[in-house]
Ligand binder design. Structure first.
Ligand SMILES: C[S@@+](CC[C@H](N)C(=O)[O-])C[C@H]1O[C@@H](n2cnc3c(N)ncnc32)[C@H](O)[C@@H]1O
Length: 202
């Protein structure tokens, strides 16, 4: 289904400029915080696409990770963030469309980015994630497991549909219950873990 609103960088930029950012929880996403705390290798190369105000990046930095790429295409947001991040060696701040980004990452963190793109682009999202991961690399994140009454973003969905998109690239993709969601999202989110099998090529 085509969507009436064009979800381009201008659209997202306007939402930041107008302060219309209901998705922003103001701190690191609790499920991602729990996940990050399980990671022991601080040298891994991490991408956060559609990073918004970068709470996950700040938490990673505080935990000692120093190979972090923050990517978002809302230019006024990125401009604002430049001041904050300019002295953080090892943190890259990119103002770019995710679908045009090239790179190779050990870990990609998903937090309300998948739900922000049009559902018809989901196959493209999955293919791009696969491309951006190093062999053995992992996409981990939080996804809604619910339908929303209003036209998105956010666009909702369910595990079965997600599975149909992911399995051709990530045959072992896992969707697990999310135990640390913020209160309004409790029971409405799942944790995705999609590992790029080093033997799997498309
Ligand atoms: C719903 S917000 C989530 C922001 C942040 N992850 C959070 O949870 O606060 C979606 C973000 O994705 C960005 N975005 C949407 N489509 C994008 C694209 N194709 N390339 C890069 N960024 C994109 C928007 O600018 C916005 O910051």
């Amino acid at each position: 289904m085509e969507h009436a609103t064009t979800l381009d960088s201008k659209y997202w930029d306007r939402r930041y400029r107008e302060g219309n950012t209901g998705w922003d929880i103001g701190s690191v996403s609790p499920p991602l915080k729990e996940y990050i705390l399980t990671l022991s290798n601080k040298d891994i190369n991490i991408l956060i696409p559609g990073a918004g105000n970068c709470y996950e990046a700040a938490f990673l930095w505080d935990q000692g990770f120093k190979n972090i790429t923050i990517l978002d295409f809302a230019s006024s947001l990125i401009q604002k963030l430049r001041n904050k991040w300019q002295h953080h060696m090892g943190v890259r701040l990119l103002s770019q469309d995710f679908f045009e980004h090239e790179g190779c990452y050990d870990l990609i963190l998903e937090q309300t980015f998948f739900c922000a793109i049009s559902p018809e682009k989901r196959p493209e999202y999955v293919r791009k994630m696969f491309e951006l991961l190093a062999p053995g690399g992992t996409l981990t994140g939080v996804m809604f497991n619910v339908d929303f009454e209003q036209e998105g973003p956010p666009f909702g969905g369910h595990i079965q549909e997600y599975q149909s998109h992911f399995t051709s690239y990530f045959p072992d993709v896992l969707f697990a219950p999310c135990h640390h969601s913020i209160l309004p999202r409790q029971g409405r989110e799942v944790l995705i873990t999609a590992r790029k099998n080093s033997r799997h090529h498309l």
